[in-house]
Design a protein around this ligand. Structure first.
Ligand SMILES: Nc1ccn([C@@H]2O[C@H](COP(=O)(O)OP(=O)(O)OP(=O)(O)O)[C@@H](O)[C@H]2O)c(=O)n1
Ligand SMILES: C[C@](O)(CO)[C@H](O)COP(=O)(O)O
Length: 231
C-alpha cells in the first residue's frame, strides 16, 4: 500500500501581502511549494504514489513544469483550487486514486518546512489504525474566548489546548466521507472528520512546521533554511 498527498496551494496569501500567490513566494531561492514537495518526498520516498497540488486557476501548466523535476516516480497531478482551502482540498481529493492507497496526507504549501520526522509520525499513526491524525504543538499564549464587542467571555485551560499543523493524515475512506458531508466553514480537514464523529488523534508536531502567514514569517523561514543548509 502507498501514500497519496494533497497540497492545497491555491491561496492568495492576503495576510502576507505582495503580488505573487503565497505558494510561489521564494525562500532561499525556491518557492514555498517546492520546499513543501521536497519535504513530503524526503519523508515518504518511494511510498508516495501520487501527489495532487491545488493551485491558483490558470497556473496549472506552469506549476506542473516547475514541480516535475522534484517528484521522481511519484505521479503528479495539478488542479485549479477553489474559493476556500477546503474547496481546494476537495477538488484535489477527487483526483486521488481509490486503489492501492492506505494513507492520504493533506499538507499546506504554507507549512513548507515541516521536518521529516513529524511527517513520519503522522503516517505511522494512520498505518497503526488511526482514522485521522494531526501534528500538534503546545499553545504558548493564553487564549481568550471573546464576545461580539471583543469582551472576554472565558479563558480556556491552556493545558487542554494545542495548535495543530499539517500534514494531517487520514484513512482514505474517512477523508472522502468527511469531504462528501458538505460541512462548511472548516479550517482544517480534521474538523470535517470531527463533524462525522470520527476520533482525531494528535501526534507530536514541530515548531518548524509553522505556517508562513505574515511578512515576519518569511524572515523566520529564511533563518531556518540558512541554519539547515549550514548543518
Ligand atoms: N482557497 C484556498 C485558500 C488556501 N489554500 C491553501 O491552504 C493553505 C493554508 O492557507 P493560508 O495559509 O490561510 O493561505 P492563504 O489563504 O493564501 O492566506 P490568506 O488567508 O492570508 O490569504 C495554503 O497553502 C494555501 O495556499 C488553498 O489551497 N485554497
Ligand atoms: C490547516 C491549518 O494549517 C491547520 O492549522 C490551518 O487551519 C489553516 O488555516 P488558514 O487560516 O486557512 O491558514
Amino acid at each position: 500500500m502507498s501514500i497519496a498527498a494533497i497540497i492545497p496551494a491555491a491561496g492568495l496569501g492576503l495576510r502576507l501581502g505582495g503580488e505573487t500567490p503565497k505558494a510561489f513566494r521564494e525562500v532561499g531561492g525556491d518557492a514555498l511549494l517546492v520546499h513543501a514537495v521536497r519535504g513530503l518526498k524526503a519523508a515518504s520516498a518511494a511510498d508516495l504514489l501520487c501527489l495532487v497540488v491545488a493551485v491558483p486557476p490558470g497556473t496549472e501548466d506552469t506549476v506542473t513544469k516547475e514541480l516535475t523535476p522534484y517528484v521522481g516516480e511519484t505521479r503528479l497531478l495539478v488542479v485549479a483550487g477553489g474559493a476556500e482551502r477546503s474547496d481546494s482540498v476537495r477538488l484535489a481529493l477527487e483526483l486521488v486514486p481509490v486503489e492501492g492507497i492506505d494513507c492520504i496526507l493533506v499538507h499546506d504549501a504554507a507549512r513548507a518546512f515541516v521536518p521529516v520526522d513529524a511527517i513520519e509520525r503522522v503516517v505511522a499513526a494512520v498505518r497503526a489504525g488511526a482514522s485521522a491524525v494531526v501534528p500538534a504543538v503546545p499553545v504558548t499564549d493564553t487564549i481568550k474566548q471573546v464576545g461580539p464587542a471583543g469582551e472576554v467571555v472565558a479563558t480556556p485551560d491552556r493545558s487542554t489546548l494545542v495548535a495543530v499543523q499539517t500534514p494531517q493524515g487520514f484513512a482514505p475512506e474517512v477523508l472522502r466521507r468527511a469531504h462528501a458531508a458538505g460541512v462548511v466553514g472548516a479550517t482544517d480537514d480534521a474538523m470535517l472528520c470531527e463533524a462525522l464523529g470520527v476520533t482525531v488523534l494528535t501526534v507530536e508536531g514541530s515548531p518548524d512546521a509553522f505556517k508562513v502567514t505574515r511578512p515576519q514569517d518569511l524572515l523566520l523561514a529564511e533563518a531556518l533554511l540558512a541554519e539547515r543548509r549550514a548543518e
